[in-house]
Design a protein around this ligand. Sequence first.
Ligand SMILES: C[S@@+](CC[C@H](N)C(=O)[O-])C[C@H]1O[C@@H](n2cnc3c(N)ncnc32)[C@H](O)[C@@H]1O
Length: 241
Amino acid sequence: MADTSETTAPDQGEIRPYTAERYKRLVEDSPNEGLQAYMEAEREFLASVGDASSRTFVELGAGHGRAVSLFAEVARNAICVELNQDMLAELHARSERHRNVTVIDGDVQHLPHLLQGLDVVSPVVVLLQNTLGTIEGDDRRVLAAMKQVAKGAGGDVVLSLFRQGALAGWGVEMYKELSEMIGEPDPGRTDFQSGLFASRTGYVSKWWTDEEVEEMRAFFGGQSVREVVEPAFVILQLRPE
Ligand SMILES: C[S@@+](CC[C@H](N)C(=O)[O-])C[C@H]1O[C@@H](n2cnc3c(N)ncnc32)[C@H](O)[C@@H]1O
């Protein structure tokens, strides 16, 4: 993980090249069975959060709103934070269909500030689809913000992460299918040992080693509520103390 001491502001000119249309077509509607199984595992995990109907789900980097209808169905309310303007347009469109979903245009590094004055009850603070590995800004700072929000309000964090060991096989094949959006894999700059994927157009994504996942667990301390561990991904629900 990156150094906590650094305060980073995302450079809007260099954010990852996601658009809602491409993300929906290439990721949400992907024919890749492994990717679909991962997204289904995330949905099942979120749908079985305890007491969901009396809690606020807060999604960091909510993208074009893949999880919005699920949150609307299972949660008391949901707050979706995103900074990519193209993703935000579709996120707004999907959220407007539900009375209990709010969208925030903002940087999740400032999460406690963004949530001030909003309706947040026993929050479930969620990072899906390895968003931590492609975060715009400082990953440590985002984890600290999640902890602060959850701990201050009797909440939990949910971390959904890709695992380093799956990058060399399934991961690279999946990224090839996304090359229209992220560029072709760059074997020279991809480092399987540390779980760092790089494309020829400069897209990078971190896949986490078991040691790094344990570091995150230790950082949150407290209770491990639930977890799903598969060769390609891990999904954790942690209750910080
Ligand atoms: C890998 S996509 C996942 C989208 C969505 N969570 C999903 O599971 O379909 C990560 C999203 O996080 C957003 N993001 C990255 N860093 C962010 C930040 N610092 N603040 C707000 N959003 C951020 C990106 O713009 C992108 O839409």
